[in-house]
Design a protein around this ligand. Sequence first.
Ligand code: NAG
Ligand code: NAG
Ligand code: NAG
Length: 241
Amino acid sequence: MATAAVLAATLALFLRAAAATAATAAAEADRIGRLPGQPPVNFSMYSGYVTVDAAAGRALFYWFIEAAGVPAESAPLVLWLNGGPGCSSVGYGASEELGAFRINADGRTLYLNPYPWNKVANMLFLDSPAGVGYSYSNSTSDLYTAGDNKTAHDSYNFLVNWLERFPQYKHRDFYITGESYAGHYVPQLSQLVYRNNKGIEKPILNFKGFMVRTQIFMNLYLLLMFCLLISVEMIGWKCGN
Ligand SMILES: *[C@@H]1O[C@H](CO)[C@@H](O)[C@H](O)[C@H]1NC(C)=O
Ligand SMILES: *[C@@H]1O[C@H](CO)[C@@H](O)[C@H](O)[C@H]1NC(C)=O
Ligand SMILES: *[C@@H]1O[C@H](CO)[C@@H](O)[C@H](O)[C@H]1NC(C)=O
């Protein structure tokens, strides 16, 4: 009996160690050594593909920038989504807005962004949905059946699978943020995470909240511009919707 218990415990330990090593190896394969023209930094970055639908061959691309200035081991995990639909979070959010770097005018080198969000959080930038940025699908039909609901489910699958690669972020305080059309993506993904977490005592996606920027004001502004630019009859048609 005792021997069997010890054997079982040893096996469990071994399996856990093997799982941890495998996860780390998958993450290590995604580690970014140094980007072209990048200044030296003291935080880690990773990027790569996470399959969200194996049958369709659909995979989403991410760029993960760990926290600096605050300990990455305790700082929250924050997902950032650009909108569009069709805007790359890697191309816009990460490279022009809140990422660690900005691109110099020479188009070849980078400088440190003075206001990067990774000063307070571990920042996960996701190209979403498939077809945007580096994210892709091997099924052409996917590009014609995109929509907010599918985008939310793909992003959810991405997060769950990504956490298998980065298990140290399971149960970490988690926030979903974004701007523009992500004013649709963010609440819909938040709702999905919230619903799937219901009744689970310690969910791996430890969802704490979401934040969006500009969607309503953008819409009002665009609608106003549109209404100013078209005829009175057209206003009745468009603004009546
Ligand atoms: C898509 O197809 C390519 C070429 O066959 C393959 O290498 C890749 O793994 C596929 N992607 C996914 C997500 O299955
Ligand atoms: C990393 O660099 C940032 C910005 O230069 C600095 O605030 C932070 O203290 C550094 N962290 C460590 C662990 O050296
Ligand atoms: C949303 O998408 C999921 C996954 O693709 C699907 O199972 C579900 O039926 C969809 N829901 C609606 C309301 O379309």
